[in-house]
Design a protein around this ligand. Structure first.
Ligand SMILES: Nc1ncnc2c1ncn2[C@@H]1O[C@H](COP(=O)(O)OP(=O)(O)O)[C@@H](O)[C@H]1O
Ligand SMILES: [Mg+2]
Length: 383
């Protein structure tokens, strides 16, 4: 396997997507990659979903909402580009979208105030994935940034996210929308709802919620009729970008433990099956043990003797023995992780790379921590 560092892999890319199971460091890695790209001179946006609170606070991201915020990099004088960050807020993305694409202010307000819209916009299954896609279209295809790094939510079904754009495009095209939208006038929408097997349900609903409910419902679908071509076009554009080898890289992020590596192997296989661009895997939080079989005496030698000069010799010996034992345990742990990581290599395709990031002594909660993670990723590659 050729040893290429991550910077050459993402050079020239416009979208990097970090995927993997929860808690492994996807958000951290996404932010660290974005920071390195910004340091090297690019204008970068990290689009994140659920940053750990300490990291969000230290980056000034404590406000929710869909604002793109510029991160202050003045503590890193070597940074030549710009780092921007944004947290995805579903309801607000949906609202912004309606505002952007509604044909006139009356239509816009009618949708935003529609009770069905208010009740469903945040609850449609997978709406976070769809909204991420809308936002992606806005920020990547909109061209305001050289590079967008997308953090993904911890997905229950790991494929939800990858399939969201295509699925929504198909859904809008063929299913619910079409069924509701073919009869464009309100009477015919209502008559559809009020006939057949759904009639009883809808009569009951109108009895419970009042006939306004049915008005709202037909109004809702009618408004969306005008919007759905736009939805579909953007979802398809993002889907196309997901497959564009020149523009996009999916990076599988994992930690060196069984369950996370299983999800990583699954992603490697699925991305390959879909022919989506996947240069490789990042194994984060690895334990690193240097040296072979060590004797604390041998390594620390005279220093140990000097440091323990005022200790009773038995205590000094026992401390050194415990140091040696701790190092042996760390070596065993690292060797065990190596074995686990070898398992995931079996799922890698020719040309794919594996990058390792050591587990740092503290959690990664500020620019310095991100720069340390980025240094491991963008420095000399390590297996
Ligand atoms: N290399 C690392 N060393 C030490 N702590 C890390 C490292 N990578 C991530 N963390 C910490 O692990 C926790 C989970 O990371 P996060 O990026 O939020 O995971 P995810 O987005 O995959 O759920 C955070 O507290 C983060 O600071
Ligand atoms: Mg996260």
């Amino acid at each position: 396997m050729s040893a290429r560092d991550l910077s050459s892999v993402i050079a020239g890319k416009r979208l990097v997507v970090c995927v993997g199971s929860g808690g492994v460091g996807k958000t951290t890695t996404a932010a660290a990659i974005a920071l390195q790209a910004a340091i090297s001179g690019r204008k970068v946006l990290v689009l994140t979903i659920d940053p750990a609170r300490r990291l969000a606070n230290s980056l000034g991201l404590s406000r929710f909402g869909n604002d793109e915020l510029r991160i202050d990099l003045s503590s890193l004088p070597e940074a030549r580009g710009e780092l921007w960050a944004m947290m995805l807020d579903n309801q607000k993305t949906f609202d912004d979208l309606i505002k952007q694409i509604a044909p006139d202010p009356a239509r816009r307000d009618a949708i935003l105030n529609n009770r069905i819209y208010r009740a469903t916009a945040d609850n449609i299954s997978g709406s976070q994935d769809y909204m991420a896609t809308e936002k992606l279209h806005d920020v990547v295809i909109g061209g305001r940034y050289d590079l967008v790094v997308l953090d993904t939510p911890p997905v229950k079904n790991a494929l939800d996210f990858l399939e969201a754009p295509g699925r929504l495009a198909r859904f809008l095209d063929k299913r619910v929308m079409k069924w509701f939208l073919e009869p464009y006038d309100k009477e015919r929408v209502l008559s559809r709802l009020l006939s057949g097997t759904s009639a009883v349900v809808f009569r009951l609903l109108s009895h419970v919620f009042g006939s306004e409910f049915l008005d709202d419902l037909s109004e809702y679908f009618n408004h969306f009729r005008d919007l759905y071509d736009g939805f579909r076009e953007r979802q398809e554009a993002v889907e196309k970008m997901f497959f564009d080898q020149g523009a996009t890289s999916f990076l599988v992020v994992c930690a060196p433990n069984g369950p996370s590596l299983e999800v990583a192997a699954f992603f490697l296989d699925e991305l390959a099956a879909r022919r989506m661009p996947n240069p490789g895997v990042i194994v984060n939080q690895r334990h690193v043990a240097r040296g072979g079989e060590l004797s604390a005496d041998g390594v620390l030698g005279a220093a140990a003797a000097a440091q323990s000069a005022d200790l009773d010799p038995a205590t000094a010996r026992s401390l050194l023995a415990r140091l040696g034992a701790a190092h042996r345990r760390l070596r065993e742990l690292a060797a065990h992780e190596d074995q686990l990581v070898d398992g995931v290599r079996g799922h890698m395709r020719p040309g794919q790379l594996l990058w390792s990031v050591p587990r740092l002594p503290d959690e990664v909660h500020d620019l310095r921590g991100l720069a340390a993670v980025g240094g491991a990723l963008f420095g000399a590659p390590r297996g």
